[in-house]
Design a protein around this ligand. Structure first.
Ligand code: NAP
Length: 316
């Protein structure tokens, strides 16, 4: 592995919204990695070596041993497999693939080759998620209500891949909620029923209602991509000993409607991507892998069990 004075040499594949907003600032601030190159069809980043294809990067830069995939899920598998085949360590944006089988295949390949594969879930690093998990650890969960609602025109402008098969539609943000749910609950959950609302001109749903069950508990998720105004990224967990509410995507936590003084209360997204790169560096140092497919399984099961309803066409 090439470690320079400023960290492990790393390349990014797909320089779009999330790479520019979060990955590149986190890499530059973190100190564990150095952005040594990009793979971008649209030119990449000023001052950083760019390759038009992943094959070109793999051939030209055998010294770059860590590759972070920030492109949409439908086009990620072939590149991630090629990177692992070429002996590189791989980090994947969420969702880790367009299907479960893809991700399982990558995990098996990484294990066989002794490489790191890190399937990231950035929302698990929101400020209050660890505290929520700790608070729930010794409580009995009765009920969960998830409201994950945002305006797709504001948060995903021009992202046509979201509306194409494999792009998940409203489940692209909702999988963040499912990543938090599977992280904080002390018991497993599975989908029992779903209603999926597909615009007549789209291949993915614009809204959904999902029901879940776990031992002694039920959960519901109300998901909406046409929700105007401030987004609602909230999860309420009713237990035998009080109700926990996580809001602002896991940043803020309240117990019985009181924001406890001992808890982190930091509105907004802070530190999620620095934490991801810190975790990737830790996995590389330990020669380890982290691939948790539970959030993607919940989405896949919602598609498998969901009743489909056709609604008005969506035009951005
Ligand atoms: P995006 O801006 O629409 O696309 C990312 C980049 O991927 C594009 O700029 C392009 O990079 C490359 N790309 C796009 N379509 C492609 C195609 N058909 N074939 C090959 N490359 C393609 O998407 P994004 O918002 O950054 O999201 C990327 C991933 O990050 C998704 O899995 C998403 O769920 C996740 N994510 C997004 C956000 C967010 O707020 N947007 C937040 C967290 C996670 P080049 O032009 O450089 O080739």
């Amino acid at each position: 592995m090439t470690v320079t004075d400023s960290g492990i040499d790393l390349a990014i594949v797909g320089v779009g919204k999330i790479a520019r907003d979060q990955h590149i600032p986190a890499i530059r601030a973190g100190g564990q990695f150095r952005l040594a190159a990009t793979v971008s069809r649209s030119g990449g980043v000023d001052g950083v070596e760019n390759h038009a294809t992943l094959d070109a990067l793999l051939t030209a830069r055998p010294d770059i041993t860590a590759i972070s995939f920030c492109n949409p899920p439908q086009v990620r598998y072939d590149g991630a497999r090629a990177a692992l085949e070429a002996g590189r360590h791989v980090m994947l944006e969420k969702p880790p693939g367009a299907s479960l089988a893809e991700v399982q295949d990558l995990a098996a390949l990484a294990e066989a080759k002794g490489l790191t594969l890190y399937a990231t879930w950035h929302s698990r690093h929101a400020a209050s998620v660890a505290n929520a998990k700790a608070w729930l650890a010794d409580r009995i969960v009765r009920e969960v209500r998830i409201d994950w609602k945002e305006d797709v025109r504001v948060w995903h402008p021009g992202q046509t891949w979201i509306w194409q098969a494999g792009g998940l539609g409203v489940f692209d943000p909702a999988i963040n909620a499912f990543s938090i749910l599977t992280e904080i609950l002390p018991v497993p959950v599975h989908v029992t029923m779903a209603e999926l609302f597909f615009p007549s001109n789209c291949e993915t749903p614009i809204a959904a209602e999902v029901q879940f069950k776990g031992p002694g508990m039920t959960a519901t998720a109300d998901l909406d991509f046409l929700y105007e105004g401030d987004p609602m990224w909230t999860m309420a967990v009713t237990t035998d000993a009080g109700t926990l509410i996580l809001s602002q995507g896991g940043a803020v936590m309240e117990i019985d409607a009181t924001a406890g003084a001992e808890w982190d209360v930091q509105p907004g997204i802070h530190g999620e991507y620095p934490a991801l790169y810190g975790a990737f560096a830790g996995l590389l140092a330990d020669g380890a892998r982290e691939v948790d497919t539970r959030p993607l399984t919940l989405v896949a099961d919602a598609f498998m069990l969901g009743r489909r309803v056709t609604v008005a066409p969506f035009h951005e």
